[in-house]
Design a protein around this ligand. Sequence first.
Ligand code: SF4
Ligand code: SF3
Length: 550
Amino acid sequence: MFCFQCQEAAKGTGCTIRGVCGKTPEVAGIQDVLMYFLRGLSVWSQKGREKGIEDEQVDRYIYESLFMTITNANFDHNRFTAKLQEGFSIRTSFKMKLQQGGVNVSEVDLPEAAVWEANSISEMEAKAFDAGILQLSLHEDIRSLRELMIYGIKGMAAYAEHAANLGFQEKSIFAFMQKGLAATLDNNITADKLIQLVLETGKYGVEVMALLDKANTTRYGNPEITRVNLGVRSNPGILISGHDLRDMEDLLEQTQGTGVDVYTHSEMLPANYYPAFKKYGHFVGNYGNAWWQQREEFETFNGPILFTTNCIVPPSKHHGYSDRIYTTGSSGLQGSKHIADRDGDGKKDFSEIIEHAKKCKPPLEIEKGEIVGGFGHNQVVQLANKVVDAVKSGAIRKFFVMAGCDGRMKERSYYTTFAEKLPGDTVILTAGCAKYRYNKLPLGDIGGIPRVLDAGQCNDSYSLVVIALKLKEVFGLNNINDLPIAYNIAWYEQKAVIVLLALLYLGVKNIHLGPTLPAFLSPTVAKVLVESFGIAPIGTVEEDLNVFLS
Ligand code: SF4
Ligand code: SF3
């Protein structure tokens, strides 16, 4: 196996024996095969689009499959082979549709990925080596640019799926994903063309996050300032993790009146900020911290855990909670029960988890108190006068965008120390699970404005951009980089890649990225990012504070 798509890539270069994330070589291999198949299927969808033929089933299949390959989303080998099987039949139907639409479906001159098919699981597995990243791109810089784009597209796919689950779709986003995937099979593609595609990925990253923001806020209202309870009650509970708000809605509805409480974990925390979810009296609050602390926290939670998306840490046999894990949507874990997708616009059926919860002990309290969040763009814009006055009076000297991911690498304590050492006249704007490094610190407020403003999940980084653009307008500036905002982003998986590319597309410069730069950036590509956008790795807290505050 070879995988270097996340920040934990072994030795900073790539996992070759087994993923640091827990991905086995078999799962890594079958994920590569699925990616290979998606590239080929995208060649067909491109042919269709040239003649105005689109196919919703193909679009959905592609973004769902991409999402399954995101770090820590799906560790279930069987789900990948089933997805490939489904893909072969979708491709066959699509080719018939193309033929009926007058498209030449001759397979001559097509890349092998577009025509490859396996008749058995062992044939699928046998393709893993040829489909590997190292085999598909021989030149280091071409590989780097291709993978940078692909990882951005994976993040885009995740957000597109959440939006689609709420009934919001944008065909141009699907078309771009497929254009990008098909381009990776063009062996004559130049580095310049790939750089253009990488930038275009950022453009569609902005669009998909805007679409998801619209989907979430249309359905559930605008996030509002909320005090989120961290303690527990005496009923049994279900812990819901991941990012999918539609699953949250279905679960809250079905648990109502059952005597089972619902708690959020990790990236589901921002569900607490939405008005539509506040009406549920059995929605207690948030339990625990960022994804990587789940092994301890799931033990003490005592009840079932529902993963709607990443980040799963596969439990070992020493962990007593394995039989309490359920997955749904794109997430999966071998040996855990998977809740089937909804039928059309229907509901998912969570009755099995609810019955399981009823037999469990209530959660053990690991924390008390509250944290404050809900600073989405709508809420912050309502506070705009207060914020602008604070900036004009000098009460707020600078904002620090510290969005992104958390992770288990010990160097990430940098972000806690950085937050602690920031002067009292600065405010942190955050989104994503990166916030757990500092959202429980007693950082106080500035004239009633908390010093940590949490906009929500990683996709709500879009909110931070809207806030920045609003401030630019209010201050009458021409350039977003003239604002008193510094960017110190923590990344881990591919959703952070699309957030980063979106920021670059919007012209944000001088982003510091940590705790390490991506292993998939070749020295030349890293140099381009440094020279064109001023991207820099983090240094020590003191060095970086000096740079940012000078
Ligand atoms: Fe390694 Fe990350 Fe790939 Fe897992 S996702 S195999 S940790 S690079
Ligand atoms: Fe976190 Fe996995 Fe990226 Fe949505 S839950 S930000 S790491």
